[in-house]
Design a protein around this ligand. Structure first.
Ligand code: FMN
Length: 221
């Protein structure tokens, strides 16, 4: 695919087929992600690739922990669920579209909680990725790992694979840290599901709209 086609074809996929990702394809995609830029080229990204029994164990332990709704489900570093406009409206529009497509009515907290829990099964993708950076790096390194993740998502799309970036993995981080033996001096930033999309699943019909350029750009001349 041409670059523009890859960018436009990438979408967050939240239902995957069980088909495995060939190890050489996975390594190639990860290798391309390593070409992402980083401030002063420090390349702060670290990735845990979770498949097979390791993935099953991670999913089971996180979901069991989550079901108890423990107090430590807050994010590892400051985040907020309180948004102001225009962000609230954009977030709600996404939720309305997504939950509408899979028949979860507004206000059905139990069903929403269950659907959100599919994050912790990597939406049935064969490969799960967990991204970390050292805690003593500054905010620029959060940009660096974001660029790594986007490069990875585009490289995956170029190979016919699909992805979903998952901030959800920044919650329940105590369990993830223990199960994957992630050192205490690293932040668990996010996760990602990687595999082949189940195009028949209604959740994958979600198309997240974008704001017009005028909303985003200020030209200074
Ligand atoms: C940093 C980041 C975290 C995200 N976390 C989640 C998540 O936990 N679960 C999820 O279903 N989607 C998650 N997404 C996907 C976004 O909802 C999605 O990128 C957005 O709605 C735009 O849609 P698109 O990716 O299809 O273009 C995340 C995306 C990013 C960039």
């Amino acid at each position: 695919m041409q670059f523009n086609e890859v960018v436009r074809a990438r979408r967050s996929v939240r239902a995957f087929r069980p088909d495995p990702v060939a190890p050489e394809v996975l390594r190639e995609v990860l290798g391309t992600a390593c070409l992402a830029p980083s401030g002063t080229n420090i390349q702060p990204w670290k990735v845990h690739v979770v498949t097979g029994d390791a993935r099953r164990r991670l999913e089971e332990e996180v979901l069991a922990h989550r079901d108890t709704r423990p107090a430590d489900d807050r994010a590892e570093f400051p985040r907020t669920s309180k948004r102001k406009e225009p962000y609230t409206s954009r977030m709600r529009a996404l939720g309305k579209d997504m939950y509408g497509r899979i028949g979860i009515p507004r206000g059905d907290e139990a069903a929403s909680w269950q659907q959100w829990g599919r994050n912790y099964r990597f939406f049935d993708a064969p490969v799960g990725l967990i991204f970390t950076i050292d805690k003593d790096l500054d905010a620029m390194s959060f940009l660096d790992i974001g660029m790594f993740m986007q490069t990875l998502m585009l490289a995956a799309k170029d190979r016919g694979l699909d992805t979903c970036a998952q901030g959800a993995w920044n919650m329940f981080w105590t369990v993830t840290r223990r199960v994957l033996s992630i050192p205490d001096d690293e932040y668990i930033i996010a996760g990602m599901a990687l595999g082949y999309a189940d195009h028949a699943h209604p959740v994958n019909g979600v198309v997240a709209p974008r704001e017009p350029l005028e909303q985003v750009v200020t030209f200074h001349e």
